[in-house]
Design a protein. Structure first.
Length: 346
């Protein structure tokens, strides 16, 4: 590889939770390949991710997943990979270490830069992969099993925290309610499917903090669902699921809409696994249309954990911050670096 003409393509590796993923992203964030091996079936019988099992599965799956990603990219005529990017946090520490070890080994073997990527920033870059001509500033609603945050993105790499969950993340609430209702795992898709057949107005579940700042709270909503079912055991499961989903989406969209109006954002961008929820996608698009701003709803492939978003974020980090040291460790509690104040100051 010529030192004077470094290759722009980046191999991304993602192993923060229960998805083993690798991807190659070329110049201008063009996805040359993206491979994801899901562990859903492995964890389904436990009703949630078992960290030890996830780490072992990554050990078995990562090498063939990386090989497949490289093979697919090569079929598209890619040049040699110019860097290796990997999620270093947040996530399950055992899972993160598997990806980090593989990425460091490949970077050393190929003599290319190694870049650690924040998983949350990766989700923000997923939007850029689907919508390369974004106009700033944007409000990003990042909702997943582990995170629910409202972020003002003033430009690539410039983030301001507006609000976050004070207890359960939205995706965590979906999983817990789905488990209680016997709908299976993962909870988000299970509730979404069941809610299609239910009445969203059947039960009036609480909307915590709906008119108070930009922070979120879903623990009380989860408890309300349990108490309602205990009191009315014959209530149709579809009605409970639809009413619960309605409450979650109502809070998410209301706060995102308020944030856009307050910041003058030019659009709303959804990110994270819960961005695949059909009601959230529809309500976000309706709200943006009513407010005359852009609705940036990612493809379903870009909602869930994937390595293309890690590679794209790694490209930018490498260009602006340079490579990461090979001594970089896993940080299960890593968070984004923000400027400005949180919602508690609004």
């Amino acid at each position: 590889m010529s030192a004077s003409a470094p290759d722009p393509s980046v191999l991304g590796i993602e192993t923060s939770c229960d998805e083993t993923a690798a991807a190659v992203v070329g110049a201008d964030r063009r996805i040359l390949s993206s491979v994801v091996a899901s562990q859903v079936d492995l964890h389904a019988r436990f009703g949630g991710v078992v960290p030890e099992l996830a780490g072992r599965a990554h050990l078995e799956l990562l090498t063939p997943v990386v090989a497949e990603a490289l093979e697919r990219a090569d079929a598209l005529g890619r040049p040699p990979v110019g860097a290796v990017a990997v999620t270093c946090g947040p996530g399950l520490v055992g899972s993160l270490l598997v990806g980090l070890s593989q990425a460091k080994a490949l970077a050393m073997a190929w003599d290319v830069p190694f870049v650690g990527v924040n998983h949350l920033e990766g989700h923000l870059f997923a939007s850029l992969l689907d919508h390369p001509d974004l106009e700033w500033p944007l409000v990003v609603l990042l909702v997943s099993g582990g995170h629910t945050v409202l972020v003002l993105v003033e430009g690539v790499g410039r983030y301001r925290l507006l609000g976050q969950t004070l207890d359960d993340a939205a995706g965590e609430a979906f999983d817990k309610v789905a488990r209680y209702l016997g709908l299976g795992y993962p909870g988000g898709p299970a509730v979404d499917r069941e809610a299609v057949h239910g009445d969203p107005g059947a039960f009036s579940f609480p909307r915590a903090l709906l008119d108070d700042g930009y922070d979120f709270s879903f623990s009380g909503l989860k408890t309300a669902v349990v108490r309602t079912v205990d009191k009315t055991p014959d209530a149709p499961t579809a009605d409970v699921a639809a009413s619960f989903q309605e409450a979650v989406v109502d809070v998410l969209v209301t706060k995102a809409r308020r944030a856009m109006a307050a910041t003058g954002a030019k659009g709303l961008c959804l990110a994270g696994g819960v961005a695949a929820n059909s009601l959230l996608r529809r309500r976000a698009e309706e709200a943006c249309r009513a407010d005359g701003v852009a609705a940036l709803v990612p493809s379903l492939a870009m909602c869930t954990d994937n390595a293309a978003m890690v590679a794209a974020a790694g490209q930018w980090r490498l260009a602006h911050d340079g490579p990461s040291p090979l001594s970089l460790g896993a940080d299960p509690n890593l968070f984004l670096s923000f400027t400005g104040q949180s919602s508690s100051d609004h």
